[in-house]
Design a protein around this ligand. Structure first.
Ligand code: ADP
Ligand code: MG
Length: 512
């Protein structure tokens, strides 16, 4: 007899419908065949499902059994078909009779004992079920909680195969999960373990970071070892404004598909902060693989990607970052299909000025030869540097500064100022795709970054002296806009512009 159960497969951050068709014949030897482009994890499903069925008190099929995952031209990945296959087997062998089985979208991994385990991409499944007009979605509890954010579709959490059967045959009642009353629960606690007040000195670095976070600008910190670059970068999450609901849903979609929500809860008041090691592969960074999934740049979507020791990354790896940095999305083509994933992140990078780290240090002598320095810097191309709005030098700290017991300005105070400037930006970009100053397109720069003729002359002169590229022009205007916003000024004044120009001066000093 043939039984059909609805499930889904992930494609980028979206889900596509999959029909799990199970047919058990009346005669023939026991033989299991799974067709429809399954990957290894799907094929292994047979063993788990058979054990789960036996341990839940049902009979295993004893004749030839064919499982088809349709459509056959899309790859199916992972163990999420365990539960639909088990239900299909029970229905096709006549052990259960559920007339409306197909009305539900079902996904879940099974343990050998028949308990359910969370799956990747539950949020995408719920969105698909809503689109398809399904009566509900059946998921393991942890995945169900995640899916319940989609408010217009009924989500039923199930703990085991047997519980699912009891529910579907009407023997037990399962309360559908309500979406969180406030659409997303915000945690009120603000007890970070790290705080900006611990950072001593480095006033210009702190200022540059404040501007960068306020406007969502990419930032490069250059300074000797021990200046506090890594220390500061790690504290950036403590001053980031909370994501809006729409932004949080996007973050959650990517993290759900990356399988991160299976094990940890994502706090809706934090933006992602990702800090991949410099040995990361291109696929790890950009995304991809045989079944294209999100990489670090997408996991950092709406948050921060921190690349510490920037020149240690392979030059080719840094080059492939250029396009996604510009577009806010990344397209991955693989044999299994071409997908586009969001990756609108703020890039924060740190590097030493030379291989030994002490070039230009007043206290220590640099031991690097000019060719060594040249090689070190040439790993970061001009075009990549162009895309980083703010470059800032972090000098080594004086002992007196380190000994200073006074606490510096706290994250809380910085964050308050940043939130005020973000509010100005949100109002400015209402009904447009931009979310912050750094994301302005050319037309928006024209509209919102107007400068007087005398200021234009000033900028032109600076650009000529520093031999800056045309791209730098727009970047300076955007940064000047943010500085004016932090100053609560509607018009960009000359001091704003001059400060913004300063953040490009490394173009000339360090890279040519
Ligand atoms: N500005 C600073 N204020 C307080 N401590 C600092 C500062 N800079 C460095 N330190 C101390 O030195 C350690 C190393 O700093 P780190 O951030 O790793 O430097 P970098 O990344 O620039 O090489 C920090 O963990 C911290 O204890
Ligand atoms: Mg460091």
């Amino acid at each position: 007899m043939l039984a059909i159960v609805s499930s889904a497969t992930l494609y980028g951050i979206n889900a596509l419908p999959v029909q799990v068709e199970v047919n058990t014949g009346e005669v023939g030897d026991l033989r299991f065949i799974t067709v429809g482009l399954p990957d290894a994890a799907v094929k292994e499903s047979n063993d788990r499902v058979m054990s789960a069925i036996a341990n839940s008190g049902y009979k295993q099929p004893y004749t030839r059994t064919t499982i088809n995952l349709a459509p056959g031209d899309i790859r199916k990945e992972g163990p999420m078909y365990d539960l639909p296959i088990a239900l299909g087997l029970l229905a096709s062998t006549g052990q259960i009779d559920i007339p409306h089985l197909n009305n539900y979208l079902i996904g879940g991994e099974l343990s050998l004992s028949g308990q359910t385990r969370p799956i990747k991409g539950a949020l995408a499944l719920a969105i698909l079920a809503q689109k398809l007009g399904k009566a509900g979605v059946i998921l393991p509890p942890k995945s169900a909680a995640e899916a319940s954010i989609v408010s217009d579709v009924a989500i039923f959490p199930v703990n085991s195969l047997d519980e699912t059967v009891q529910f579907l045959t009407g023997k037990i009642f399962i309360q559908q999960l309500k979406p969180p009353t406030k659409p997303i629960e915000k945690s009120t606690k603000q007890n970070y373990e790290m705080d900006f007040s611990e950072i001593k000195g480095q006033f210009s670095l702190r200022r540059a970071v404040e501007i960068a976070v306020a406007g969502g600008h990419n930032l490069l910190m250059i300074g000797p070892p021990g200046a506090g670059k890594s220390m500061l970068a790690k504290r950036i999450p403590t001053i980031m404004p909370e994501p809006t609901e729409a932004e949080f849903l996007e973050i959650l979609s990517v993290h759900s598909v990356a399988g991160m929500t299976r094990n940890e809860n994502i706090d809706s008041s934090y933006r992602p902060f990702r800090s991949p090691h410099h040995t990361i592969s291109d696929v790890g960074l950009l995304g991809g693989g045989t079944i294209p999934g999100p990489g670090e740049i997408s996991i950092a979507h709406n948050g921060v990607l921190f690349l510490d020791e920037l020149p240690e990354f392979k030059r080719s790896t840094l080059e492939v970052l250029r396009q996604p940095l510009e577009d806010g999305e990344v397209t991955i083509s693989r044999s299994a299909g071409k997908i586009t994933l969001p990756c609108s992140f703020m890039l924060v990078a740190a590097m030493n000025p030379c291989p030994c780290g002490y070039l230009g240090d007043p206290k220590r002598e640099c031991r690097c030869s000019p060719p060594q320095i040249q090689r070190y810097r040439s790993r970061i191309s001009g075009p990549l540097l162009d895309r980083i709005d703010i470059h800032i030098e972090a000098p080594s700290l004086a002992i007196t500064e380190l000994r200073d017991e006074k606490l510096a300005e706290s994250s809380k105070i910085l964050k308050e100022r940043i939130i005020i400037s973000r509010k100005i930006q949100i109002e400015r970009f209402q009904k447009t795709k931009s979310t912050c100053n750094a994301r302005m397109n050319h037309a928006q720069i024209r509209k919102h970054c107007h400068i007087e003729k005398s200021q234009g002359d000033l900028l032109q002169q600076a650009m000529e002296q520093l031999s800056l590229s045309a791209r730098a022009y727009d970047r300076i205007l955007k940064v000047a806009r943010t500085i004016a916003d932090l100053d609560s000024k509607e018009k960009i004044d000359s001091p704003h512009l001059l400060e913004a120009i300063q953040y490009r001066s490394l173009d000339r000093n360090l890279f040519y």
